[in-house]
Design a protein around this ligand. Sequence first.
Ligand SMILES: [Zn+2]
Length: 143
Amino acid sequence: MNCPNCGAEFPAGAAVCPACGAPRSEIDRLLRTAEKAVDRAVETGAAALNRAAKELEPVVDKAVKTVRPAVQDVARALKPIADATVQATKDVAKAVRPAAEATVKVAKEAADKTVAAVKPAVEKAAEKTGEAAQKVKEKVWKR
Ligand SMILES: [Zn+2]
C-alpha cells in the first residue's frame, strides 16, 4: 500500500509513513475519506447516468420518430426508380426484339437467296459429275 499523504511505499506493519511520518491512524482516516469520496463519485456518476438516460430517452424516441418518416420517404422515393428500372429493362427488351427478329429475317432471306443462287450451279455440277461418272462407267464396261 502507498501513503495517501505522500505516495511513498507504506510498509504493512509500520505505525508511521517512513517517508513523511504520517501516522497509520491518519493514513486510515485519509483512506476512509478517499473511499467515501470514491463511493460518492460512483453514486453521483450512476445517478447522473440514470438521469442522463432518462433525459435522453424522449430525445432518442423523438429522433426515431423524426427519422422514421424520412426513411419511409426515401423508400417511397426509391420505389418509382426501382419500378422505372424494371420498366426500362422491359422497354429495352421490347425495343430490341423487333431488331433481333428483323436480323433473323434478313439472315434467313440472305441464306435463301444464297441457296437460290447456288442451287442451279450445284445441280449443274451434280449433273456433270453424274455424266462424268456415267462416262467412266461406260468406258469400264466396254472393256
Ligand atoms: Zn507518507
